[in-house]
Design a protein around this ligand. Structure first.
Ligand SMILES: [Zn+2]
Length: 240
């Protein structure tokens, strides 16, 4: 943790910016060294030169953060873009899904806890979106759902997809199953079979992404996978 009057330099992503007073921003940052923090960026709205690039989302910044008298708020004393994602910010679809992913981060991770797994997940995912922006909305949803499934695992909220969460009965590998996000995973037909009906191939695909972080979702499955992710986040963190 950052002691009184101390300054630290760290890489950061901007999760949210809120105008404050005449010319300041209050920024929520996801930082490599301190986890999620809030910080005041004085005069950042008045001068683009003060923070090179203007504390924009989606790029990696290197920021200097100083502790203040308020325990909850740091101060940004310097900041500049050190890794720009130029292609991402030219694609509306890429910006939409990256914005959603950063919003999930902002709402789901607790403040001031270093999260190296979440940091490396979001970094590698943003790099992929920057290198290959989605070409249509279903593909965009598929990329976002892939991030979401891996993020749920980092948070410890991954869904049980191979057996019923109520009675423990294993799911036959080739059958479809009901996944109930608020119950934590598959609910078999004997136990009521509530939730969203997911085909065996999608279930396998989703399980692989959440367990090993590998694989890709097909665009035609993206709706359903994304809705499972969103409902899981909603039931754990009230995110909508
Ligand atoms: Zn059951």
């Amino acid at each position: 943790m950052l002691g009184p009057g101390r300054t630290i330099e760290t890489e950061a992503l901007v999760l949210k910016r809120t105008p404050y007073a005449d010319a300041d921003w209050i920024v929520t940052l996801f930082t490599f060294s301190l986890g999620k923090v809030s910080a005041l960026a004085p005069r950042a709205r008045r001068s683009k030169h003060r923070f090179v690039g203007g504390l924009e989302a989606f790029h990696n910044l290197t920021v200097q953060l100083r502790s203040t008298r308020s325990e909850d708020l740091l101060q940004v004393t310097d900041g500049s873009i050190t890794r720009a994602r130029h292609t991402l910010v030219l694609s509306l679809l890429a910006m939409q899904i990256a914005g959603k992913a950063l919003n999930w981060l902002r709402q789901a991770i607790p403040p001031r806890i270093v999260e190296p797994r979440a940091w490396s997940l979001v970094q590698s995912w943003l790099d992929i979106i920057d290198a290959h922006p989605p070409i249509d909305p279903p593909q965009a949803d598929a990329r976002l759902a892939e991030f979401g499934l891996r993020f749920l695992t980092v948070l410890g909220w991954s869904l049980e997809m191979s057996k019923c969460v109520r009675c423990g009965k294993p799911c036959p590998p080739r059958s479809s199953a009901y996944i109930n996000p608020s119950q934590g995973g598959v609910v078999c037909r004997d136990c009521g079979g509530t939730g969203q009906l997911v085909s065996s191939s999608l279930r396998k695909n989703m399980e692989q992404l959440s367990t090993f972080g590998t694989g890709e979702l097909f665009a035609e499955h993206s709706d359903l996978a994304l809705s499972v992710v969103e409902r899981t986040l909603e039931s754990h963190a009230g995110i909508d």
